[in-house]
Design a protein around this ligand. Sequence first.
Ligand code: XMP
Length: 528
Amino acid sequence: TILVLDFGSQYTHLITRRLRELNVFSEMLPCTQKLSELKFTPKGIILSGGPYSVYEEGSPHVDPAVFDLNVPILGICYGMQELAYRLNPENVIAGTHREYGHAMLKARSIDNHVDRLFDGIEGSMRVWMSHGDKLAKLPEGFHTIATSDNSEYAAIGHENKPIYGLQFHPEVTHTQNGTALLKNFAVGICGCKQEWTMQKFLEEAIAQIRHTVGEKGQVLAAVSGGVDSTVAAKLMKEAIGSRFWAVLVNNGVMRLNECEQVQRDLSEALGINLTVVDASQRFLDGLKGIEDPEKKRKFIGGKFIDIFEEEAIKIEEAAANDPTKAGKIEFFMQGTLYPDVIESLSFKGPSATIKTHHNVGGLPARMANGQGLKLIEPLRSLYKDEVRALGRALGIPEELVMRHPFPGPGIAVRILGEVTPEKVEIARQADHIFISEIRKAGIYDQISQAYAAVDPSRAVGVMGDKRVYGYIVVLRAVTTTDFMTAEAYNFPWDFLQRVMNRIVNEVHGVCRVVYDITSKPPGTIELE
Ligand code: XMP
């Protein structure tokens, strides 16, 4: 493992990303991490960039033990300044101007182990700079490995210790050979083997779950049929079999036949011990008259917790009375991913407290406090694409592994204004047609998320020589890598016409179909 200590740079998590792409496992922790509290021994340490100045009072510094561990260290930007400053505070000064953006790096061959970081990298290359401070002088025992026009010490290395510093950011894709530099550090210098594979993760995760849960412990979880909860549930099932209890709440705003489909996929195909609670009427009754999107979300989130809790109590009783299992439910499993926890692992500044996050509207907190359950999050070190790879390693069918995300409040945020059973039905039918045509055209995997929504204002149309008055269906399909920004998908015209034809002909009550081409921002992916 390479340990990445975060000083609060927006790029830090990309360091762990790049290393994992090299099949080297890496974990990020805040720079304040005490090394004596680590649960593993790192083979190397990377100190990230950060928005502070090392010489300012109150600026963050790493545990001195970092320098006594005798493992290779790579300091990036603030991390390099931290290395230099800890050797001698006079090493770092404020730059006369900030350097931000591209710079040309000139590698300087020194012809000894000092430039191992640049093995196989020759000539000049474009790198990404983002700093105000710089080194005033070369720290004692260090050599310059590379320079740029503005940075005399763009890359430095110690003459007899494996300690390196980079003023630029190798982790961002704008830096040429950035991944090669990180590979030279992790593999060449730290001696990490490129062996971190999903199969290995899977074996370790199963062992870890068994160790945590013990021989008799039982685990409860809410599942949705989405990628994360499905993969997490299958993993639990592999680890502890029927001592894992999954609950699916039908909230009345799921897609056409979705509840039945999830039941088939999880229970029949994947063998997961699943209870389905049909609470659709309770949700639809409660949604009556609610028009505000946030109120809808709040209502659905709150009601979901109530219903899940009722079910949890029943399952706990059943679990306690089941002589074949004979254990208490002690754990609550949640499919939290790495991007959700990065927020809480990042360094937030000297005075900030570490935040906890909630994924399903406060459910973990309620289960932990109300039911006294301990939280177990087997996917918390994985990125989304790694979760998909884990799903494949677990033998989950490709169609499930590649499913588009679907929001917790479901179709309710895809019906503008009040949710009624009639509009839910229209949204379901139209969505089913749209997604089926997308699948038929073989473009499902090129699109990040797609759905049909209902605009409740009604428009005039002519059907069979008669004037009709019907709802407007809004089609939305986007591509995105992180769901923070997104572009509308560029469909061929005849595809859109085919979908429009089918929807107006097959879905009763609709007389117009429009395609939403708004990007995010200014739009959002969901309509509400
Ligand atoms: P927006 O609409 O904010 O959506 O661009 C970004 C991503 O988040 C999903 N989303 C939600 N997921 N509960 C969820 O579980 C919600 O209330 C919610 N709102 C949006 C959305 O589907 C997209 O993937």
